[in-house]
Design a binder for this molecule. Sequence first.
Ligand SMILES: Cc1cc2nc3c(=O)[nH]c(=O)nc-3n(C[C@H](O)[C@H](O)[C@H](O)COP(=O)(O)OP(=O)(O)OC[C@H]3O[C@@H](n4cnc5c(N)ncnc54)[C@H](O)[C@@H]3O)c2cc1C
Length: 432
Amino acid sequence: MAGLFTLAVVCTRLTPQSNITRTASDRVLWPMFWHRACVVTTEPGMAVVMSEPGLIVLGSGPAGMAAAEAFRERRDDEPVRVLTADVDMPYFRPPLSKEFLRGDTDDVAMYPSSWFTENNVDINLDTRVTEVDVHAHAVTAAGIRHPYSHLILAGGSSPQPPAIPGGELALTLRSLQDARELRDVARRASSAVVIGGGFIGCEAAASIAARGVPVTLVAPDDLPQQRRLGTEAGRKLLRLVENSGVRFVGGAHVQEIGSDAVVLEGGVTLDTDLVLAATGVAPQGDLASQAGLSVVDSRIVVDAHMSTSHPDVYAAGDSALATNSTAGRPITIEHWQDASDQGAVAGACAAGAEDDWAEVPGFWTTIGADTVKYHAWGDGYERSRLIEHDDGFTVWYEAGGAVVGVLTHNADDDYDLGEKLIHAARPAPVAM
Ligand SMILES: Cc1cc2nc3c(=O)[nH]c(=O)nc-3n(C[C@H](O)[C@H](O)[C@H](O)COP(=O)(O)OP(=O)(O)OC[C@H]3O[C@@H](n4cnc5c(N)ncnc54)[C@H](O)[C@@H]3O)c2cc1C
């Protein structure tokens, strides 16, 4: 057949050494589960693999992996394949700006290496999905077409370098590969500038400072997280940032990044040999949008069961705009545990179970030696009240007479109570 090479693979004769398919060139090493009656067809520039459809998961973060686990727990008769752009086996992202960056640990793996074989989950690293065809029930990655019975989109977010001259010179931090590069540069740096006063900026600045590198954190707000959490919380966070040895420069806008300096609007120049931009992320909604799924502000719209606007397609995690069944409205989250919770719901529902996302979102952040905990719907508040404790604080947030958020430092009872009050839409336990 001119220009076309068709290879029929008798799959049972293959002896896969591992369930891990590292690159597209290793693609014959499909695990046994995926092997039944597969036919590989290639032609120049385009290769098509047809295999028995199963669950395809896009992304190996907490949402994607929880989805794969939840599906596999309920269905041991269907193939499960994770396609991920990541070059590393699944890992915990939160330590990347904390213990890993400080140099306290290298161990961030989510699973022991045997987990994939034991659970019959096939993972394809360094494999970016480039097309989703919901009508054909197939995705394309590295020129290979993967048919699916159910698809879970869990592509997360990608960091956005600042849109200023020299913005591309700044390092960003999302993947383990990014973290390795940042840690290597920090090892040699004589000073650092971190741009962005969000939690990742504060955490990373504190961790670089803990390595003995003088760090300046520049942010447009006068105080860290001021717009999101208010002035009183911002003052508290500023104290934690400064306690960690970081110099905070608020109300500052970066004009330009050079090879060895950051120039602020107004002419101040900060000499530095490490620039980290923690200036926000963009949810990965493009493929879904091109496939005709409902997408709002780059997030894939899903209901409380993580179902998209197309049957058999689910989305979860940072790339999803999911309805929380307790809140009764769509909630935007960018937290590890919530991405995992949503992924578990998506995987369970894809396997035919009943489940919905009902938890109150929450996360912990560690700035130097201090941990701050936060539960909130995250879509605004009308009033806030700071309560001082001997060695910590609580900030209560209310809207419409009900608690909608709680931020705590060394006040775990309030953190736990806050979650219950938010869930039940009850008032704060203090006068607001
Ligand atoms: C440095 C850092 C520290 C953090 N610390 C905390 C913390 O302390 N607490 C907390 O709650 N949250 C924290 N977060 C946020 C948390 O990690 C995210 O909310 C969470 O990882 C989102 O999970 P996800 O599965 O939706 O996406 P991700 O974890 O971003 O995973 C997305 C996956 O999709 C893959 N992918 C993307 N596009 C494609 C494609 N086209 N084809 C194939 N694969 C693709 C990516 O390679 C990746 O594997 C932190 C984030 C970072 C970056």
